[in-house]
Write a protein that binds this ligand. Sequence first.
Ligand code: GDP
Length: 176
Amino acid sequence: TISAMSKQLSFKLVLLGESAVGKSSLVLRFVKDQFDDYRESTIGAAFLTQIVTLDDGSTIKFEIWDTAGQERYKSLAPMYYRNANCAVVVYDITQSASLDKARTWIRELQRQADPSIIIALCGNKSDLEARRQVTKEEAQKYAEEEGLLWTETSAKSGEGVTEIFNTIARKLPTSP
Ligand code: GDP
């Protein structure tokens, strides 16, 4: 019999979204369970992996691409999402304009990425409730219309972070 371990599958996940919405912080929270208020912006692309255990006890591996400077080097973005199995498109709930930017990324993915890509829309910085500009209703309605996963997260408190990656993991095609 084939051992369960030999069945581990790898999936490429890219993070997209306006600068400073918290993409790198979400990855840092998910992979290392850390948060840094003063972390410096990612230069270039950071690559990290994380293993996720599914409900049946099997595991999958995420290869996470955190692509910095997407706005300045927009022509490079297709290189990151071309073979991606999943994309987490992040906005900041305290910045309406960041949701507009997320919508632009999602349109681009819908046109250019693999049609089977799983897209999750993620409203980050949920700990900054007092400065909220994007309502849950608005974002959730948009996500439903477009068939996207949606959740709010806080890389700072950790709220929702594991959940979004686990939800994506459960949607991936892992059955033979
Ligand atoms: P990126 O450019 O999208 O990768 O954003 P960063 O991860 O570099 O985060 C930008 C800034 O927002 C940093 O100062 C982070 O400490 C801060 N930040 C990121 N996530 C959160 C969060 O969930 N809550 C709060 N309050 N700040 C956050």
